[in-house]
Design a protein around this ligand. Structure first.
Ligand code: PLP
Length: 408
């Protein structure tokens, strides 16, 4: 997005603001679709935990996307945004049976990743087909927090437990209509992905009557100008061929599904916040912004890199700054970054702020969460107002401390 537009949006808000470029989201969606144009039945299910604002979900729905959800609340927001429940998949981990049953009753596709849950659900509801999440035990992903396919992972049913699954299916007469994997974020090596895919194809052959195979996500996006990213086009070419061969062997043209989160929204997002103060210490120049890890926690939680630009003085001479927040704990957004000269009051722009940024924000330090804006059809639409103190207090209860306590 053009920096002057971002600057003018930032100027209309008192506090920090998240801006999402709808055109960029559409572009990524089309890119994935085109990469798999050789697949007859492709389903893209947006993983909405990345960015769950109801207008973002509405935009995804209007593009033809489905939805990948991990909580009943995400399912409910998706339905409110207009999604047909049939286009929603629920992939929980460690939730109650009651929650799974409530989601199933809405007509949403259930994805089960635990043998005990599979057995209980199949015994009670043999008429509801379910997908199974497999752990192929392939190590992929950029970081142990986001890599979920390894041997000790809490996610998925191990491929070594397929015989158990088959026994449960036979005993309960339930139907498995999909097989699924999601090995984690930041896949760079396409061969590793294809290797995991082979394991999923082998698994799929063991189940008749499948409607789909779901390869999850984990596509890496670039965080800097020369950063590496998952080569979607190459993956599309190789996996399409392999999938179409699989369908021939399987004897049916089933659906191929993906659940991208980060890929669709990461680069579309910008976090804009004002510089409160410049603090020169003996060794470092700190730029302290009007925000902290209450609004953007990924740099502190995952060590993720967000490019930072000064959009108030884009032509200024570059200097080194350590950008920090106002939280009373260490909250470094970036150390020793080369940024165009910063003056107090300037707006800094953080890139890759679309995925896992607003959705991980909190009210720590009793700070208000920021507004969100969607740039759509050349217009800025506020899609979330900045919080007010009333929002923070709305569920808090001040009890009466004035009564004397009787001491017996
Ligand atoms: C988080 C998640 C995704 C999306 O992962 P990204 O790395 O954001 O693309 C997809 N599927 C499942 C089951 C997930 O939990």
């Amino acid at each position: 997005m053009d920096e002057p537009i971002l600057k003018s949006i930032a100027d209309t808000f008192e506090g920090p603001v998240y801006v999402y470029n709808g055109d960029q989201i559409q572009k990524q969606y089309n890119r994935l679709k085109n990469a798999f144009s050789g697949v007859e039945n492709l389903q893209i299910k947006y993983a909405c935990k990345a960015l769950s604002n109801i207008s973002i979900l509405g935009l995804m729905n209007s593009m033809g996307s489905g939805l990948d959800t991990v909580s009943i609340e995400e399912v409910q927001i998706g339905i409110k945004a207009g999604f047909d429940p049939k286009k929603i998949i629920f992939t929980p981990n460690g939730v109650s049976m009651e929650e799974i049953e409530r989601v199933a009753s809405l007509g949403v596709q259930i994805n089960i990743d635990n043998l005990s849950v599979l057995e209980q659900f199949g015994s009670k509801h043999p008429e509801i087909p379910v997908c199974i999440r497999i752990n192929p035990h392939v190590m992929a992903g950029g970081n142990s927090n986001i890599s979920v396919g390894h041997i000790d992972s809490k996610f998925g049913i191990s491929i070594h437990q397929i015989p158990h699954i088959i026994r449960i299916v036979e005993n309960t007469k339930m139907r498995i209509n999909g097989v699924h994997m999601h090995t984690g974020s930041d896949i760079l090596d396409i061969e590793v992905f294809l290797h995991a895919a082979e394991i999923l194809f082998d698994t799929a052959m063991k189940f008749e009557n499948l409607d789909f195979i779901d390869f999850g996500s984990g596509f890496k996006v670039p965080y800097t100008d020369n950063d590496i990213e998952t080569n979607i086009e190459e993956l599309g070419e190789k996996l399409t061929q392999r999938f179409n061969d699989f369908c021939k062997n399987y004897g049916e043209k089933i659906n191929l599904a993906f659940e991208p989160g980060k890929f669709l929204v990461s680069e579309a997002g910008y976090f804009l916040t004002r510089v409160n103060s410049i603090k020169q210490t003996t060794s470092t120049v700190f730029a302290q912004v009007n925000s902290g890890f209450n609004h953007l926690i990924r740099p502190m939680l995952y060590g993720s890199h967000h490019q930072i630009k000064n959009i108030s003085n884009p032509k200024g001479k570059e200097r080194f700054y350590t950008v920090v927040g106002y939280i009373c704990e260490t909250d470094t957004f970036g150390s020793n970054r080369k940024i165009a000269e910063i003056n107090e009051g300037d707006i800094l722009m953080f890139k890759n702020a679309g995925a896992y940024c607003f959705t991980m924000s909190s009210n720590y330090n009793s700070r208000l969460r920021p507004a969100e804006v969607l740039w759509h059809k050349n217009k800025a639409h506020t899609i979330r107002n900045q919080e007010t103190l009333d929002d923070i207090l709305s569920n808090q209860i001040l009890i009466d401390f004035s009564q004397k306590v009787e001491v017996s």
